[in-house]
Ligand binder design. Structure first.
Ligand code: FCB
Length: 468
């Protein structure tokens, strides 16, 4: 195998963050997900996923974009793994497409699909990169959606069986497992609000999905541990500090209500074995069916908590207007990305400290953080995304401040390795450390990628006892 090294990867480092105080074992990674990069949506026996169906439905995704080809990673993976090597990261978080492995969601295994991930894992290990495998990053087999998807309890059992297939095949080499990516989005954006696949708008289905995702997490965690005794298993939640728009009591109470709905709805069952008190009442009395033992399963101890952090939430009270009687607002003098996400680095420190104080997870890994910019190469073909490097540096400083306050933060993954299909927003938002020209599929390491490379190298050098 040849690993090509881009010679000029370490130019232009102008953004400063000193990584030396981070511990030697710190994980430096980049993240992707299957539907967003793989393409090959119907190749080699893959079954359709809910995202194939959704993005092929007119009006669901901006400009009619779909993940049919995406970054063509399914065919270009060796070059993409070389990019990881060039970036110098020691970890890669990717997800497996469930319908590539099990086209009907259960039963028959598609050997060709499984072989793709088998090669990918070997390719990572050959390059000295630790695989962090996410089982579910939103691409449910369409066949299971026909049976109710996450609103159906059986889906949790099918997920357990899918986890077992992967554990048996890859568990000798993959030791870091993430069951679910952002269950809030899976369940509530997918089934309650319907703006993401499968596009269901039904309050009851949303709450059922919340519960079944939690149940499936517990079942899969136990299955993984049964087959891979040295597995480290976690889950990645999208979390945000919630601030009141003012000091007024009703705004503060609104922030607490929203925190229960947005953060604690998953944190509490996972780490305390109970849903937040009064949550279902405040959501119109709609609750899932909870059977004996469900919450014990959901709260199966985690080896690490994955935190995906992008923004804070700010809310004000709107008494009597329903949906928790509040409204999200923008404070003056705040900055938002072109994905409508507030840039608020200190929120990461606040969030990490709060998680440690309230829940004491053994270990916290930032499994996603990154910035969308309207990147374009200049005349020399360079992508000068210094703002992205600044954004990452500021969030790392925030994570480091949390570490100094005693929070066990053990790793950080940039979202994302590559520009890719940004769900209902299509290809316009770009979040990669590597620019993708979708016409030619040419990859160009951005300035932020070179900067990240140097940062990781400086950390390594600091721990080898010498500064470069
Ligand atoms: C997260 C998703 C990830 C990507 C980023 C920008 O919510 O997990 O797939 O879309 O947002």
């Amino acid at each position: 195998m040849t690993i090509h090294t881009t010679p000029d990867l370490s130019r232009d480092v102008t953004v400063t963050f000193d990584p030396a105080p981070l511990p030697a074992h710190f994980t430096w990674g980049v993240a992707t997900s299957a539907y967003q990069i793989e393409g090959a949506w119907n190749a080699d026996g893959k079954g359709p996923s809910i995202w194939d169906t959704f993005s092929h439905t007119p009006g669901k995704v901006r400009r009619g974009d779909a993940g049919d080809v995406a970054c063509d990673h399914y065919h270009r993976w060796p070059g993409d793994l070389d990019l990881l090597h060039d970036l110098g990261v020691n970890a890669y978080r990717f997800s497996v497409s469930w319908p590539r492995v099990l086209p009907d969601g259960h039963g028959r295994v598609n050997a060709a699909g499984l072989a793709f991930y088998d090669r990918l894992v070997d390719g990572l290990l050959e390059r000295g990169v630790t695989p962090w495998l996410t089982l579910y990053h939103w691409d449910l087999p369409q066949a299971l959606q026909e049976r109710g998807g996450w609103a159906a309890r059986d889906t949790a059992r099918h997920f357990e069986a899918y986890a077992e297939v992967l554990a048996r095949t890859l568990g000798d080499r993959v030791k870091r497992w993430i069951t679910h990516n952002e269950p809030w989005v899976t369940a509530l954006v997918g089934y309650r609000y319907g703006s993401f696949a499968p596009g269901v708008r039904d309050a009851q289905a949303g709450m059922d999905a919340v519960h079944h995702v939690l149940l499936s997490h517990g079942l899969a965690t136990r299955a993984l541990r049964a087959h891979v005794p040295d597995a480290k298993v976690g889950v990645s939640l999208s979390l945000s500090p919630v601030h009141p728009a003012s000091d007024a009591d009703d705004d503060r109470a609104a922030a607490e209500r929203f925190d229960a709905y947005y953060n604690r709805i998953f944190l509490d069952p996972l780490l305390r074995g109970a849903y937040p008190d009064g949550l279902f009442d405040r959501l119109g009395g709609i609750e899932p069916t909870i059977l004996d033992g469900d919450l014990d399963l959901a709260s199966t101890p985690l080896d690490f908590l994955g935190v995906n952090y992008y923004y804070r939430k700010v809310v004000r009270a709107t008494p009597g207007e329903g949906e928790l009687d509040l409204q999200e607002v923008r404070l003056p003098d705040t900055t938002f990305s072109n994905l409508d996400m507030e840039v608020y680095p200190d929120g990461l420190r606040e969030l990490l400290v709060r998680l440690h104080e309230d829940y004491r997870p053994k270990s916290i890994v930032i499994t996603e953080n990154g910035l969308s910019l309207p990147d374009e190469p200049d005349d020399a073909g360079e992508v000068n995304d210094e703002d992205r490097a600044r954004y990452i540096a500021a969030h790392l400083a925030s994570a480091e401040a949390a570490r100094r306050a005693g929070v066990p933060v053990d790793g950080y993954f940039v979202w994302s390795l590559l520009d890719n299909f940004e769900w209902a927003y299509g290809y316009e938002p770009r979040l990669g450390l590597v620019y993708v020209d979708y016409g030619s599929q040419r990859r160009t390491v951005k300035r932020s990628g070179r900067w990240y490379h140097d940062l990781v190298a400086r950390h390594r050098a600091a721990h080898a006892g010498k500064v470069p």
